[in-house]
Design a binder for this molecule. Structure first.
Ligand SMILES: [Zn+2]
Length: 427
């Protein structure tokens, strides 16, 4: 059988394995891989590796020693499985994160039970992204079982810590060559971006704390002090009248969804000034000597992190020139570079073509409003050929009663199989 004539039987086979996709999703959900702290990482990785080893894949475990959160109690265990084809060719790699976020309140079903109801599998991680991982595994198993002489190689990895930045997961592996040529040519991450969307990247992130400084005095004579809160209100005023309009005017080639995120944005995550709140009884009258905000600035592929930081510094320096006594400090907390694959590149076009074939409609090419592990493949692995494509519904990620649709998993497994064959056949 060759690659062209072999597709239809594989698609029928994936359809016949719907029950397997559901069972694997349930099995994965039942490992409560909550991050932080990184619960059940080892048993989940070992379960995943054992499954793929049964298909003759070469399975390796990589513990991210020394990564944030790694300890003997909570080891950061990653698993990578590789299937070698019968002749040289490209390598298609499916990467999924096995960690999930905390459950939170509001569940009406057991978050780690894997309940199946009305064509959906429920549980923490069903949508983000154990359902997507199960679809990828069954797609790859069907390819291997088909008997088609596959060129190149197929890899699947289950990695950790994506929800906390990916440093013990994809970043750690990328630093050691696991996500670079010549080992890997194309990466598909089955994150929940909806079954008919091909996600080619994400915006960048910059978190910082800004503090304004004042001088304490008695609250009945505020003119004897200098209020850090009033200085911060001047900062917020500048944001409203200067920064937000400037960010809103910035246009991007990135097709970010939802449309409101198709520009630079900034959230103020928190604000604290003056006396703390950690006391009983009445507060005392003081002029605030400190006020702090934490900002979450999301930036575009057209922007540069240094310029984003410089823009903020210029705004604050401008205030220092305008307001007497204005003093501030700005501290970087965290940053992520934006990433965007070529929408006309092989992995994006092969996946979009497969969506058209399986779903009978055009794939929407999108970028994610938030970040995911693509940044590490791109910036550390230096591999631009990376997209996200998976069955989960984006809006359900991290919510109570998270679910993944069974038909969407089957359809996306077919899309992944067709795209893989296409990429391997391109040589
Ligand atoms: Zn995710």
């Amino acid at each position: 059988m060759n690659i062209q004539t072999g597709i239809e039987p594989i698609l029928r086979e994936i359809e016949a394995r719907e029950g397997e996709i559901v069972a694997l999703t349930q099995d994965l959900i039942r490992f409560p891989t909550i991050n932080p702290p990184g619960e059940a990482y080892r048993p989940c990785a070992e379960f995943f590796g054992a499954r793929l080893a049964r298909r003759g894949m070469k399975v390796e475990y990589v513990r991210a020693e020394g990564a944030p959160g790694d300890s003997d109690k909570y080891p950061r265990i990653n698993v990578i499985a590789r299937y070698e084809g019968s002749r040289p060719g490209p390598c298609v790699h499916f990467n999924g994160h096995l960690d999930v976020v905390q459950t939170g309140a509001g569940w009406t079903v057991d978050p780690f039970g894997g309940l199946v109801r009305d064509g959906k599998v429920y549980g923490r991680g069903a949508c983000d992204m154990k359902g997507g991982i199960a679809a990828a595994v069954v797609a790859v198993e069907a390819l291997i079982d088909s008997g088609i002489e596959l060129p190149g190689a197929i890899e699947i990895s289950g990695t950790v810590d994506e929800e906390s930045g990916g440093y013990g997961g994809v970043a750690y592996l990328a630093e050691r060559g696991w996500f670079s040529k010549p080992r890997v040519d194309h990466v598909i991450i089955p994150e929940p971006l909806n079954v008919d969307r091909v996600c080619i990247g994400h915006r960048g992130v910059w978190w910082a704390e800004i503090e304004t400084m004042g001088r304490q005095a008695h609250g009945s004579m505020p003119f004897l002090g200098d209020s850090a809160i009033r200085h911060m209100s001047a900062v917020l005023e500048k944001f409203e009248h200067q920064l937000y309009p400037a960010l809103a005017a910035r246009r991007s080639d990135m097709p970010v969804v939802p449309a409101g995120a198709r520009q630079s944005t900034m959230n103020i995550n928190s604000i604290h000034g003056g006396e703390g709140e950690d006391f009983e009884g009445l507060p005392s009258p003081c002029v605030a000597d400190s006020c702090r905000i934490v900002i979450d600035r999301r930036f575009l592929i057209e922007e540069d992190l240094a310029a984003v930081q410089e823009e903020m510094k210029a705004l604050l320096d401008q205030l220092a020139g305008e307001r007497s006594g204005f003093r501030y400090e700005m501290r970087d907390l965290f940053s992520v570079q934006p990433s965007m694959a070529d929408r006309d590149g092989p992995v994006a076009t092969a996946t979009a073509k497969a969506v058209r074939r399986i779903l009978g409609r055009e794939a929407e090419i999108v970028c994610s409003p938030g970040t995911y592990d693509q940044k590490h493949v791109d910036r550390i692995g230096r591999l631009k050929e990376c997209i996200a494509y998976g069955p989960g519904v984006l809006d359900l990620a991290h919510q109570p009663d998270e679910w993944v649709g069974i038909k969407d998993m089957v359809d996306s497994a077919k899309v992944m199989a067709v795209a893989t064959l296409d990429l391997l056949a391109r040589g």
